[in-house]
Design a protein around this ligand. Structure first.
Ligand SMILES: *[C@@H]1O[C@H](CO)[C@@H](O)[C@H](O)[C@H]1NC(C)=O
Length: 252
């Protein structure tokens, strides 16, 4: 008997909950969140709800809020939500954009990321020595980005000098785990063994080219194979650009 009573109460409770669910309009007019999906919402007019979809990749932020059409990046509005709400649309991907809108990790770079707007990707560069953190969808201190595709430069030497492969003049200076691109003074080269700038002629592979031109043709091949190549430009320095600067992928 008592069990029946408990059961009846439970049934009433669930009826009440589902009745509440079936009418998403909390007021006669306005925009209201969907009960399952972050990227849908209800537009209520005179108490009648119409389901609306956010632009692909964005989530409902509230009326007149967010980036576009009352929607914003999911991470900015807390999606997935604590109430279990998730993205409900199928991702529409383009090159470099898993969804039409959003902020996404670069395939190979730790310091860059993609910003996608209606399927058009624009490459963005983290300022200073920050790395892109795909959990926060923003640039972050390197030590907060353990799953970076490229090894963090200062991982093993948070305070030290790190050689740059194939570069004679440049090196990384790690300060508290953050790399800064440095250049040796003229005439010096970074020694990967001594880990400091030394006279170029003392750094194997970085010797300056001979100043006296080769006298005979036979020597030309030798000269051409000399260490002139060794001062090839280093890999692109990511932190050499000022904050906030970015390059449009398509030059738009
Ligand atoms: C998004 O791009 C498509 C074509 O790629 C275009 O038809 C549509 O109008 C664009 N939408 C917005 C909101 O810019």
């Amino acid at each position: 008997m008592r069990l029946c009573f408990v059961f009846a109460v439970l049934v009433l409770f669930f009826c009440a909950v589902s009745a509440q669910r079936s009418n998403p309009c909390k007021k006669e007019n306005g925009l209201f969140p969907h009960d399952q999906y972050c990227d849908y919402y209800y537009e209520c007019e005179n108490g009648v709800a119409q389901e609306r979809a956010c632009p692909n990749g964005l989530a409902f932020a509230g009326k007149s809020r967010g980036l576009i059409m009352s929607c914003d990046y999911p991470h900015r509005v807390g999606c997935p939500g604590q109430d279990g709400s998730i993205m409900g649309q199928t991702p529409i991907g383009t090159e470099n954009c898993p969804w039409l809108y959003g902020v996404f990790a670069h395939q190979t770079s730790c310091t860059r990321y993609w910003q996608c707007w209606n399927g058009t990707a624009t490459i963005q560069q983290c300022p200073f020595s920050l790395l892109y953190n795909d959990v926060l969808h923003s640039c972050d201190w390197p030590d907060n980005v353990p799953d970076c595709q490229k090894h963090p430069i200062c991982k093993d030497q948070p305070n030290g000098h790190i050689p740059i492969e194939k570069s004679c003049g440049r090196f990384w200076l790690c300060v508290g785990g953050y790399p800064r691109l440095q250049r040796c003074p003229a005439g010096l080269a970074f020694s990967p063994t001594a880990l400091r700038c030394e006279l170029s002629q003392n750094v194997p592979g970085c010797e300056p080219p001979p100043t006296t031109p080769a006298a005979e043709d036979e020597d030309d091949s030798k000269v051409a194979g000399n260490q002139v190549q060794a001062d090839a430009p280093p890999r692109r320095a990511n932190n050499a650009r000022p904050a906030g600067q970015f390059r449009a992928q398509n030059g738009k």
